[in-house]
Design a protein around this ligand. Structure first.
Ligand code: DC
Length: 216
């Protein structure tokens, strides 16, 4: 890849189980950039609240859980559980929690060599000037099937109907909140992965970023 004078920042947003994490990791590898999964930050706050006690219905207590972040092992398997994911979706609606996590995400995006970040508000709030923005989506049914396979793969069997309900509830919460809702940025490229396998989705993402680079 030719060296760039302007750092390459790639924002990858999308709903739960859309494939955005897999795509963001692949883009980071392809363009040799560091990657941040910002959903993991919200999940870590949720796990901190869950472990150290606190009421998710209280914005103040959710904010206090941000202080417990240092005690959470970011490789903890529990971070990937559905319970923690749902709790993360709830506490991420609080403006105080979002504000407390803003700086570290912006700093990561602003590092010298560039970066790839994935989440819900990267292209709209965290890195509005990103070089390339992808909004990765797929139908709720496809996402539920993928999430079910992922859960089964980790030895956490679940029922399709429950997973689909959870995905729909999460979509409604993430897109319906007032503070930094999940929304496609005006200048983001839409990538629907409903009909795509992993390799094809990654190839399509690289093609979209390359096209943005060609005009940047
Ligand atoms: O991407 P994920 O499923 O791991 O994210 C968990 C929750 O965190 C998601 O339901 C909403 C919240 N989140 C957010 O509000 N903003 C982000 N940039 C990333 C995640």
């Amino acid at each position: 890849m030719a060296s760039r004078t302007v750092p390459l920042v790639i924002a990858v947003d999308g709903p739960a189980a859309s494939g955005k994490g897999t795509i963001a990791k692949a883009l980071a590898r392809h363009y040799d950039l560091p990657h941040m999964d910002t959903g993991l930050l919200y999940r870590a706050v949720a796990l901190s609240l869950f472990r150290f006690g606190g009421d998710a219905a209280s914005e103040f207590e959710a904010l206090r859980a941000v202080d417990g972040l240092a005690q959470i092992d970011m490789g903890d398997e529990e971070l990937r559980s559905e319970v923690v994911g749902s709790l993360a979706s709830r506490i991420s609606a609080y403006p105080a929690v979002r504000a407390a996590l803003l700086q570290r995400q912006r700093q990561f995006a602003a590092q010298d060599g560039g970066a790839v970040l994935d989440g819900r508000d990267i292209g709209t709030v965290i890195a509005p000037n990103a070089t390339a923005k992808l909004f990765v989506t797929a139908s709720a049914e496809v996402r539920a099937r993928r999430r079910l396979a992922e859960l089964e793969g980790r030895g956490m069997p679940a029922h399709y109907d429950d997973v689909l309900l959870d995905i729909r509830a999460r979509d409604a919460r993430d897109a319906g909140r007032d503070s930094a809702p999940l929304v496609q940025a005006d200048d983001a490229d839409l990538l629907d992965t409903s009909e795509l396998g992993v390799d094809a989705a990654i190839a399509a993402a690289i093609a979209l970023v390359d096209a943005r680079l060609a005009i940047a």
